[in-house]
Write a protein that binds this ligand. Structure first.
Ligand code: CAA
Ligand code: NAI
Length: 693
């Protein structure tokens, strides 16, 4: 008894052996933990005075899963399967004490225990699918036996955890304890030992294993997951649980896991997992810099973005004021927020009471003075520099000292806006994506004068709002939109050369995006860009012709596609086709057939090229930051790891050669490979190898 190793401790509480694991921050089941668990279990088994065993974790959570950093390295015994086998072979009760997030291998270990006890705030789940995997330690075989295949499949294919009370109802958890978890679990263990309760293992249960409804459920759950290998493997494994003996199902699960873990999709998804966490580390922040406390927020402008941003605050439980220029506009904005919440209620996403609680956190006002109590102010007024400068000048007067002053601008110079105040160190950009209450990406724009603590305040707030914050520098369009602009230019060029919108969109969705560039343009509305171009004396041959003919996108039932009344399904439009043919002939272009492969390359490579320039200029810190931006802001298929990761997989020499070809063919010098691409390609390296440590 005592310390087994640096991560595992075994102590006695009377006749109960208590194994406590402490491997911060999330108690991942790394080798030392597994070895310590195996040894602790052996000692508890061999000690005849031990009547029951409790497995608990110190710190903020029960095991959050296997140690992802060990994937792809040579396996070290004991594996998790061996630890689990030792639990199941135990001749006395083993009770898991769950708190925090019992995920993946951690939850699978708990499923092998005879009993599970939890605190009310605990959550359990099998998120492996989010890493391109399936649960590889028996989860696909045990969970269906415990709660039935249909519900198990839902948890496994979505990867979303459930809360302890639901787990109790489902029979996953045997008891929810109030007060101290370990004390409660020890008492529970003492009780089951005293009562001599039969030690029933989940693996031996057969009563819930019905195939009824399984095929339909599988179809419904995987319909929208085209191109992904892991969800299909999850379905296969759970089906095996129904039709095969336990050991055989377990063996197949292991085979599927090993195939996935070695595959490209899971590698890409693991890259995104770590890149997301890396992105939260902002360079140049001095040791000891602390985020400022945020108890209240304010949003200026109750339009499309302002309303969504206010919802983010309310959803996170932070009171927020929203400021408009007049009563009517304010009411309109608040009505839109309420309607959004009502839609969530009708989809079953939220209870009506909860919505009321959140609406009560949003305080609509028409006087700017109301922002005086806010710790952070986010401006979301029209995209006009003079207006924004005026608003920031006013904020400078009314906002309290040390408040973070943020602009949601999508294109304007944050430094110029900052100079409209006497405190540019408190000013930065928070670029939310539309719809702001849904999209996870948050580009945080660091101005020349932004102070490190204002910056980390914004990053910390972003995470509190459930966003994925990525810090970027000041330039037109920042990172995401600046790269997207390259895709738009190329998409238009493809139409002029011979492609049609439906072909381009099909190539892009075939690659894995949920939507093609033209359906996306129709959704956003074509008229906005048209008005901007008109103002600047610029022209876009096809899109301007469409706008002149009233094709503003979905809002007018026609854009690049046509839409039947009440439908959002894009349909090919002969009128648009004619407009495109006319534009080609006006430009003197002989149209040609364009392959899907060429479309994909031209939709992606110019963006990567821009991404390389963005890295050269230091606008983004790491290639992984750009990947995270594209996965969370633009629907880049996560199993392809993001544009910079994808380019690395293809090889930068290939990218260099294709970009050179496209530059020469089009005469567009911006398509020439960026210096960084040429240099890395010549050195036989990728973006990842050039990232700062
Ligand atoms: N392995 C290794 N490191 C992990 C990890 C894991 N399973 N889970 C989290 N970490 C690391 C993170 O990289 C991060 O490290 P840094 O601080 O160095 O950046 C740190 O732990 C904290 O993580 P978060 O910032 O994500 O903390 P959070 O409190 O926001 O979230 C969490 C905690 C919900 C557990 C979240 O980290 C998470 O979802 N982790 C992944 C869980 C998972 O996918 N488990 C399944 C693993 S696969 C498996 O178990 C296979 C199997 O069947 C055997
Ligand atoms: P919007 O036109 O829907 O809303 C702007 C609102 O600001 C209007 O309700 C207007 O009455 C209000 N307003 C104007 N002046 C004001 C003032 N002095 N005080 C208080 N309120 C004032 O615009 P939207 O789309 O919400 O955009 C807002 C900002 O967010 C812009 O800078 C835009 O570039 C940016 N943005 C927009 C995105 C989008 O998809 N719509 C995406 C990301 C950023």
């Amino acid at each position: 008894m005592g310390n087994i190793n640096a991560s595992v401790d075994l102590r006695r509480d009377g006749e109960i052996a208590v194994v406590t694991v402490d491997n911060p921050p999330v108690n991942a089941l790394k080798h030392e933990v597994r070895a310590g668990l195996a040894e602790a279990l052996r000692q508890a088994r061999d000690d005849a005075t031990v009547k029951a065993v409790v497995i608990a974790c110190a710190g903020r959570t029960f095991f959050a899963g296997a140690d992802i950093t060990e994937f792809g390295k040579p396996p070290q015994a004991p594996g998790l399967g061996e630890v689990i086998a030792a639990i199941e072979a135990m001749p006395k009760p083993v009770v898991a004490a769950l708190h925090g997030t019992a995920l993946g291998g951690g939850f699978e270990l708990a499923l092998a225990c005879h009993f599970r006890v939890a605190v009310a705030g605990a959550r359990v789940g099998l998120p492996e699918v989010k890493l391109g995997l399936l649960p590889g330690a028996g989860g696909t075989q045990r969970l269906p036996r415990l709660i039935g295949p249909e519900k198990a499949l839902k948890m496994i294919v979505t990867g979303d955890p459930i809360e302890a009370p639901e787990a109790l109802t489902d029979g996953i958890v045997d008891e929810i304890v109030e007060g101290d978890l370990t004390t409660g679990t020890i008492a529970f263990a003492r009780r089951v030992a005293a009562e001599n309760r039969p030690l029933r293992l989940v693996r031996d249960r057969e009563d819930k294993l019905s195939a009824e409804g399984f095929a339909d459920a599988a179809e419904a759950l995987t319909r929208r997951l085209r191109g992904r290998e892991a969800p299909a493997a999850c379905v296969e494994a759970v089906r095996n649980a129904i039709v095969l003996p336990f050991e055989e199902g377990l063996k197949r699960e292991g085979e599927l896991f090993r195939k996935l873990v070695a595959g490209d999709q899971s590698k890409a998804q693991r890259h995104v997992f770590f890149a997301e966490r890396e992105a939260a580390r902002v360079p140049g922040i001095p040791e000891g810099a602390k985020p400022r406390p945020i108890a209240r927020g304010a949003v200026i402008g109750a339009g499309t973005m302002g309303g969504g941003i206010a919802m983010c605050f309310a959803n996170a439980g932070i009171p927020v004021s929203i400021v408009e220029t007049g009563r009517d506009l304010l009411q309109k904005g608040l009505d839109r927020v309420a309607a959004n919440y009502r839609a969530t209620v009708s989809r079953g996403g939220l209870g009506a009471e909860e919505v009321e609680r959140r609406m009560a956190l949003i305080n609509g006002v028409t006087e700017l003075d109301a922002v005086g109590s806010a710790d952070v102010v986010i401006e979301a007024v029209f995209e006009e520099m003079e207006l924004k400068k005026r608003v920031f000048g006013d904020l400078d007067r009314v906002a309290k000292a040390n408040a973070v002053l943020a602009t949601n601008t999508s294109t304007l110079d944050v430094d110029e806006i900052a100079r409209a105040t006497s405190r540019p160190r408190d000013v930065l950009g928070t670029h939310f994506f539309s719809p702001a209450n849904v999209m996870r990406l948050l580009e945080i724009v660091r101005g020349a004068a932004t102070s490190p603590d204002a910056l980390i305040t914004a990053v910390t707030l972003g995470r509190r709002l459930g966003k994925v914050p990525v810090t970027v520098g000041v330039c037109y369009g920042f990172v995401g939109n600046r790269m997207l602009a390259r895709r738009s230019v190329e998409a238009e060029r493809l139409l002029l050369e011979g492609a049609l919108p439906q072909q381009v969109d099909a190539a892009v969705t075939g690659f894995g995006f949920p939507m093609g560039p033209f359906a996306m343009a129709d959704m956003a509305g074509l008229d906005v860009g048209w008005r901007i171009r008109n103002g600047r004396g610029e022209r876009n041959e096809i899109e301007d012709a469409l706008c002149e003919a009233g094709h503003f996108g979905q809002k007018t039932g026609k854009g690049y596609f046509r839409y039947d009344a009440g439908s959002r399904t894009p349909l090919p439009d002969p009128e648009v086709e004619q407009t495109i043919l006319d534009a080609s002939s006006r430009a003197g272009i002989t149209r040609r057939a364009i392959t899907q492969e060429e479309i994909v390359e031209r939709m992606i490579f110019p963006m990567v090229n821009e991404g390389a320039r963005i890295l050269e200029e230091g606008i983004a810190t790491r290639p992984g930051d750009i990947d995270v931006i594209w996965v969370y802001g633009y629907g880049w298929p996560v199993w392809r790891g993001g544009p910079m990761y994808y380019a690395d997989q293809l090889g930068l020499a290939h990218l260099r050669d294709r970009l050179t070809l496209y530059a020469e063919r089009s005469g567009d010098e911006t398509l020439r490979p960026a210096t960084r691409i040429s240099r890395l390609a010549a050195e036989g390296r990728g973006f990842a190898s050039s990232a700062p440590a």
